[in-house]
Each structure stands twice: as structure tokens, then as C-alpha cells.
Design a protein around this ligand. Sequence first.
Ligand SMILES: Nc1ncnc2c1ncn2[C@@H]1O[C@H](COP(=O)(O)OS(=O)(=O)O)[C@@H](OP(=O)(O)O)[C@H]1O
Ligand SMILES: Nc1ncnc2c1ncn2[C@@H]1O[C@H](COP(=O)(O)OP(=O)(O)O)[C@@H](O)[C@H]1O
Length: 198
Amino acid sequence: MEKNIFVHNFNIKKEDRSVLNKHRPFLIWFTGLSGSGKSTIANAVEQALFNKGIHTYLLDGDNIRKGINSNLSFSAEDRTENIRRIAEIANLLIDAGLVVLASFVSPYIEDRENVKRIVGDANYIEVFVNTPIEECERRDVKGLYKKARKGEIQNFTGINAPYEVPLAPDIEIDTTKLNVESIVDIILKQLLGKIELL
Ligand SMILES: Nc1ncnc2c1ncn2[C@@H]1O[C@H](COP(=O)(O)OS(=O)(=O)O)[C@@H](OP(=O)(O)O)[C@H]1O
Ligand SMILES: Nc1ncnc2c1ncn2[C@@H]1O[C@H](COP(=O)(O)OP(=O)(O)O)[C@@H](O)[C@H]1O
């Protein structure tokens, strides 16, 4: 496809927004099974950052899939497109100067690698919320595991669709061993130095 597209060079740069915000932008990517704790942790981390005066935005599976990605299913191809679009949205939000928290099952290694490529290695940490599937299923926050076991949901991650475990996540959390408060501390410890203006 021929693309006659020219990127305009605007006056205000990402670096200018960082100076105004008093911190660098960033992406914290949470990956893990449904019910592992991604949204709960992302929410608590965002609250802690907000309390420190950091400008944030949280992108979450259910609300993105109700809006911009409402045309996408849970097939492997559509999950890839889901994650690609989210990475591009995150990239715009990073350009806008925000610390972005993204909470998506994102079961494929290649898709997560693509996120890192899009936003840049230096702007990204991956948090693997590694809660055993037995615990996610015991929680069954939305009743989806029950439905998947009954065969009412196709392609349910962990039951009849794959989850490719991160090989080298920046942070790995087992929510059966740590409470939310200590998980937030672990994440902030890694993050705060990275968003500091030098
Ligand atoms: N088949 C199937 N597999 C996994 N998850 C399913 C499925 N169908 C619906 N849901 C609900 O959708 C949420 C996951 O959406 P994501 O956009 O994060 O998925 S993905 O990254 O594209 O794999 C997921 O949200 P979380 O529970 O917050 O992870 C589920 O509520
Ligand atoms: N240490 C913990 N960290 C995060 N969630 C926990 C923890 N312990 C129990 N939970 C519970 O597990 C559930 C996780 O659900 P949710 O955050 O929606 O997961 P996900 O976004 O991965 O689907 C919530 O009901 C939460 O209260």
C-alpha cells in the first residue's frame, strides 16, 4: 500500500512535557491470566503514583474491549491486533507525557515484544502477575472460568487457549504470597528511578 504520509514536526516535544510534569513518561505493562490480579495491582499502583503527583493513565482489558477494540474477538489474530492497538495508544499517551499502566492478559510473547518495540525499551517495564491458574479459577471474579469449563467460552486463556509465560519479566509477582501493598512497594521501587528527571 502506498502511504503518502508525512510526520509534522511540532514545537512542543515529549521532553518539554516532561519538564512541565516534573517526571518522565513511562509504560508499566501487566500481563497474566484472567483473575491473576492485574487490574487490582494496576489500580493500586496508579493510586500511589497519583498521590505522589505523577500524571498517569490506566488502560484495562475490559474497558478497551468495550470501546476502541469492540470489533475484536479472542482469536490469536485478534488478540495480536488488540495488543498492537493498545501499544500504539500507550505510545501516544507516553508522547503526551503520562505514566501509562496497561493491564492485559497479553498471552503471546511476540505481542509483548512488539509493545516494547513500539514504545522503546527505555520506556517499558513488564510485570508478570504470576498467580497459579488454580487460584485464578478459585477466585473466578467474573464467573468466566466456570463458563469456560462448561464449554460456554471458546479460547479462554489457560483453559483452552495458551498463555506464554514471560521468560525475562522485569518484575514477577505471585499474589498468593504478597499482599497488594507490598506489591505496590516492589513496583514503585523499580519505577520511580526510571521516571525521575535528571
Ligand atoms: N476467551 C477469553 N480469554 C481471556 N479473557 C477473556 C476471554 N473472554 C472474555 N475475557 C475477558 O476479557 C479480558 C481479557 O481481555 P484482554 O484484552 O486483556 O485479552 S488479550 O490481551 O487480548 O488476550 C479478561 O479480563 P481480565 O479478567 O481482567 O484479565 C476477561 O474478563
Ligand atoms: N495480592 C493480591 N493482589 C491482587 N489481587 C488479589 C490479591 N489477593 C487477592 N486478590 C484478588 O484477586 C482478584 C483479582 O482480580 P483482578 O484484579 O480483576 O484480576 P485481573 O485483572 O488479572 O483479571 C481480585 O478480587 C483481588 O481482590
